[in-house]
Ligand binder design. Structure first.
Ligand code: ZN
Length: 510
């Protein structure tokens, strides 16, 4: 008998209470390999998730109408029928119907919401173990098209991993799914059709920041090309007007600044209104809509933020959050770089604008920004959206460095060789010459490389190249081994995530 079969011997068809079985599973995880919080009873059958040697399965126990719906291998334990089912899409659809908490939902009304993109599809259960007692709403599925391409996954896969993790951990408090940094109606539609509950629209391709360095003559000439009625509309609404935010803060527009802002953002505003009205509003669900203008060259000025928000809301766009580009640098996987006092001042203004219009500020590339977390938490009175993604990949790399140093060494060398390629789509300033030579390091020193900024960033941005690299014979160079090590070290991976994301929440006082 396998572990889960032994545990199923304690199941009785006429006793629907799961407490005893949960207790046994929790106390004897190493024997039964059944996740205690995955044990549920519904519609005449018992459900649980079990670990087998190389994979996890869903076990449905006791014949019933729903039992018959699941696809899997049947067996009989004592007198009870049991089915071991793969964690695939078809079986997940039935689980989502029986257990509504495994479906994503929007996060309206929740103060602290955190995006926890899970590039490998293995991290969510670790996140949930931390969050189950915290007042934080997790957006577990959160991927950009760039990340999907770099990991060879699609939106269904990503949400599937999140739903199974939620079921495994019995997490019933709700989670979100964010189609992150989407750039067109077609991309938005793919995420919505896959059931995503949050859409982050990336407007960077519609924002021309070169305009910010134009002379006033050039600005005048360009501005003159805007249709007359539009010029009149903008000027009558903003020019020489004073807008008052909380605490007596004023937003004002001079002629030159207003012209410049209009030239930089009008396209992005029109694009956003089109997508919201044409694709999001009409989808039949209540979506968390975020506008992101963070992936631009220059910081978003408070006046620009105010103008964009004011135009979106006047046009009826329902904004749940907006991500400005803050001053200083929010590079992937490392702490904030820049003048913290200046950040505090500008962040406060951005927050007050968001508060004025009734949405949340969203902070992207928010992992590891320990020196500004308290500012984010305090200035917003604990109401913000924060996105993290790659930091849980780095924790996975840390586990690999500890558990299989030879694999880590190969990944590390490959990452150094691929750095230039990866820098085409991720902006970082890591210096490979500052990374210690791993040939001079003992195996025991390898995990600590994930505490060094330069090594972190290099491993951070090369994840896609590492995951998709193939040998000449077509076999995956790293991917299968990476998954094997992390599956083997599942509890350890959850533990390092608990610690690392826990450190984020401590700094955020969440
Ligand atoms: Zn972003």
């Amino acid at each position: 008998m396998t572990g889960w079969e032994m545990l199923c011997c304690y199941i009785h068809a006429d006793n629907h209470k799961t407490d005893l079985i949960k207790k046994l599973a929790a106390e004897n995880f190493n024997d039964y390999k059944v996740y205690p919080d995955s044990i549920h009873y519904a519609e005449g059958s018992f459900f649980l998730i079990a670990r087998e040697e190389k994979r996890k399965i869903l076990v449905v126990c006791n014949d019933s109408n729903v039992y018959k719906e699941f696809k899997g291998d049947e067996t009989t334990i004592n007198t009870l029928k049991a089915k071991s089912c793969p964690l695939n899409y078809e079986n997940c659809l039935i689980i989502r119907r029986i257990f509504p908490f495994t479906n994503p939902s929007n996060h309206k009304g929740h103060d602290v919401t955190i995006g926890l993109g899970d590039r490998l599809g293995l991290a969510s259960a670790g996140h949930l173990r931390l969050l189950k007692d915290k007042p934080v709403f997790p957006v577990l599925a959160q991927q950009s098209i760039r990340e999907l391409n770099l990991t060879g996954r699609n939106y269904n896969d990503v949400l599937l991993a999140a739903s199974w993790a939620v079921f495994q951990e019995g997490y019933e408090k709700g989670f979100g799914a964010d189609g992150d940094h989407l750039k067109s109606a077609a991309e938005v539609k793919i995420a919505l059709d896959s059931g995503y509950t949050m859409i982050t629209l990336d407007c960077s391709e519609h924002i021309d920041n070169r305009l910010s360095s134009m002379t006033s003559d050039e600005i005048d000439r360009k501005y003159a090309q805007i249709p007359k009625h539009k010029q009149e509309y903008i000027e009558s609404k903003y020019l020489n007007k004073e807008f008052r935010l909380k605490d007596g803060i004023k937003i004002e527009f001079t002629a030159e600044n207003l012209k410049k802002i209009a030239l930089i953002y009008l396209d992005a505003i029109d694009f956003t209104i089109d997508i919201f009205k044409g694709t999001i509003k009409t989808c039949g669900r209540n979506i968390d809509f975020e506008m992101s203008i963070d992936e631009t060259l220059t910081a978003t000025s408070p006046e620009s933020h105010f103008f964009v928000a004011s135009e979106l809301l006047s046009a009826g766009v329902e904004v749940t959050s907006l991500a400005p580009r803050f001053c200083g640098e929010f590079q992937k996987g490392i702490d904030y770089r820049g003048d913290i006092a200046n950040f505090e001042k500008e962040f406060d203004l951005h927050f007050k604008i968001a508060e004025h219009f009734g949405y949340k500020i969203s902070v992207h590339s928010g992992s590891d920004k320990f020196s500004v977390f308290s500012i984010i938490a305090e200035k917003t009175n604990g109401k913000y959206h924060l996105k993290t993604a790659g930091t849980n990949w780095l924790e996975a790399v840390r586990v690999i460095a500890k558990e299989k140093p030879s694999l880590y060494r190969r990944m590390h060398r490959f990452a150094l060789l691929s750095l230039q390629e990866a820098q085409k789509y991720y902006h970082i300033t890591a210096d490979p010459s500052k990374v210690p030579d791993i040939d001079m390091l003992d195996d025991s020193k390898l995990p600590a490389l994930m505490d060094l900024d330069d090594a972190r960033q290099i491993l951070h941005i090369t994840y896609g190249l590492i995951l998709l690299e193939k040998n000449p014979d077509g076999k995956m160079t790293f991917k299968d081994e990476i998954y094997a090590v992390l599956n083997e070290s599942e509890e350890e991976y959850y533990h390092v995530l608990f610690k690392h994301i826990g450190k984020h929440l401590n700094y955020l006082k969440a």
